[in-house]
Design a binder for this molecule. Sequence first.
Ligand SMILES: CCCCCCCCCCCCCCCCCCCCCC(=O)SCCNC(=O)CCNC(=O)[C@H](O)C(C)(C)COP(=O)(O)OP(=O)(O)OC[C@H]1O[C@@H](n2cnc3c(N)ncnc32)[C@H](O)[C@@H]1OP(=O)(O)O
Ligand SMILES: Cc1cc2nc3c(=O)[nH]c(=O)nc-3n(C[C@H](O)[C@H](O)[C@H](O)COP(=O)(O)OP(=O)(O)OC[C@H]3O[C@@H](n4cnc5c(N)ncnc54)[C@H](O)[C@@H]3O)c2cc1C
Length: 664
Amino acid sequence: MGPGKVNEDLVAERRKCTFDTQELTYIIDGGKEETQKRHEVENIVTSIPELQDPIPEEYMSHKEKYENAVRRACYVTKALKNFVIENATKPGPSNRYRSAEAATKDVTPMALHFSMFLPTLLGQASPEQQEKWVPRAVNMEIIGTYAQTELGHGTFLRGLETTATYDPTTEEFVLNSPTLTAYKWWPGGLAHTANHCVVVAQLHSKGVNHGVHPFIVQIRDEDTHMPLPGVKVGEIGPKLSFSTANNGFLGFDNFRVPRDAMLMKNAQVLKDGTYVKSRLSKLTYGTMVFIRVMIVTDMAYYLSVGATIAIRYSAVRHQSKPKENEPEPQILDYVTQQHKLFIALASSHAFRVTGQWLWTTFVKVNKALTSGNADTLPELHAVACCLKAVTTRDAASMVEACRMSCGGHGYMTSSYLPILYGITTAACTYEGENTVLLLQTARFLVKAWEQAVDRKAMTPTVAYLVGAGDQRGAWSSQPSGITRGMQQVAAGRVRSAVEALQKHVKSGMAYEDAWNAASVQLVAASEAHCRAVLCEVYWTETERLAAASSRELGAVLKQLAELYLVYWALEKGGDLLLYSNISKTDIAYLRDRYEELLSLIRPNAVGLVDAFDIRDEILHSTLGAYDGRVYERLMEEALKSPLNAEPVNQSFHKYLKPFMQGKL
Ligand SMILES: CCCCCCCCCCCCCCCCCCCCCC(=O)SCCNC(=O)CCNC(=O)[C@H](O)C(C)(C)COP(=O)(O)OP(=O)(O)OC[C@H]1O[C@@H](n2cnc3c(N)ncnc32)[C@H](O)[C@@H]1OP(=O)(O)O
Ligand SMILES: Cc1cc2nc3c(=O)[nH]c(=O)nc-3n(C[C@H](O)[C@H](O)[C@H](O)COP(=O)(O)OP(=O)(O)OC[C@H]3O[C@@H](n4cnc5c(N)ncnc54)[C@H](O)[C@@H]3O)c2cc1C
């Protein structure tokens, strides 16, 4: 669509904004220089002429969508080669990559190459193996994926059935899929894109099963791309979303790979088949911890997309006439609409800030691991698990709220919100199903509670548990008071879950059965712990950011963070009444304050989403474009429907007419 006049409601909204949106953009990107680099990437991506689609992706067949996505991915990756080479071996949260990734509407078939294949090589391969594989992967001479999940097992990794049996006579591993349920199932890009993959398999040597280990395996000929003999590979079919991610299946029929296919940074198999144990078995799960950490920032990004679309649309859309003599208000003026949307806005900031904090923690723990100290790994695993689970669940439900808040038009694919929902809800399952991950955190919390009761020294994220059961502190509705209250709720929930567990054990149940019986409470305890972490990290970091910002922006940042705290305090009002000293009067105060915060944020709502600085080409939305020409875009997209190419469809003559005339 050519340039047009900006919708006048949006012009007025932008005039109302009380702070400099660019100042906030720099904060979101992590500094002015990062914003500039992101713009460079976006300028490159959006000026690739080959990215014009022949017809809108939605009207393509499943096969055409894939072929189109490969075409786009190749041109984008080629254009960004310098950035890829510069940054591929320096993983970390960055908006630059998000922007490039967003050049495809749905998930690119190369996502797993960058997000898991390369990080696994960097984290699990020995220095010699890295020398062999990393340059080829970075230069994209080979394309890889991460093949762990099987048809029969995704969660229970110890239950995986693919075997890698060492044969010392040829110094090879024999990969085999002994059953149908042993087939790898789900890996992105596996079906027709990747020619290599990391395969996670049960390692057998000298007749002993040493558990699951990663292997780098070539599955297709590098020239013809034909599957190698002994490899059965294909696509798993259409899904709720991820329609262009090319998720695949993979089976092995006694397929041989050299000994050095096993990624040997941690455990090794020597030439004679001797198994050398890793100093810490859970290091094999390292890539998953890394991705869970990254997902928190991904969710911040997806929420910024959802909020941008829904808030701009709500500023443009007018509906109903509460006062007969006045014009129809913008739907953004309805407080219920603000209630649906401003929490998505605030959560995007909360997740970005917490994602950065988690990344810093991850880097520290990995540094310690390199020097042989694994003491902080359990805490990292626990906090990464619950943050992955809670941020993905919140992002999915808030993106869905954004979609619903756009009424009928939010249901249109051209709004982008249905695709965005498909992408965010997938994150509730991939990289560890959310309930399962919350139960992992619960394991840690149960132990932490026992230590807290003994008043032993506690690691930072659970330090609040010490003495938590003894006395309820005075309630304060100030942000730091709410944070303390959320910690009291978490401590109360952990205590109740531990008591339930102990009660079941005392009644004679096996520990595993008692765990299952108490698991609803254990999951609730994990969630409460996670909310306490989110509230504390977000508020503490906001105070720092606000102090370093202009007065105008500082005030807005604090309003958003306070809105987040008050929202969750009200959501968890029942728990606060149970576990803290909050009173009915305090709850009434919080309700008033919440409404006040909504009205304080209202004039800056459009400015706040403008500050996310998401270009129209990346937003892919008829409802959320910068100029707000919503109706023109909706009609223009509708007219692209192939059904509109002819006034009468052939089905009329074939079926409708004979049917209506009783001649069918
Ligand atoms: C165009 C190009 C442009 C260029 C730019 C392009 C850029 C591209 C950028 C990217 C774009 C993105 C777009 C979207 C892409 C979507 C990607 C989708 C990816 C999705 C991938 C996946 O989906 S991939 C599979 C993940 N699949 C799991 O996630 C399995 C979960 N399942 C488990 O993870 C375990 O199975 C489970 C449950 C822990 C039990 O494991 P288990 O049975 O062995 O362990 P137990 O429960 O017995 O626990 C024994 C003790 O180990 C402790 N422990 C357990 N794990 C630990 C750990 N990791 N670290 C430390 N400790 C750990 C535990 O806490 C216990 O500790 P304790 O004993 O002290 O209590
Ligand atoms: C879009 C998408 C992309 C993916 N990409 C990849 C990829 O690239 N590579 C890859 O290897 N995998 C990939 N996966 C697979 C993904 O990692 C698994 O689906 C995920 O780990 C969940 O495992 P599952 O499917 O076996 O679920 P299940 O474990 O079967 O879960 C089903 C239900 O059982 C419950 N449950 C299971 N175990 C327990 C327990 N111990 N306690 C309580 N409840 C339990 C769960 O909570 C859930 O409600 C992808 C999945 C999706 C959806």
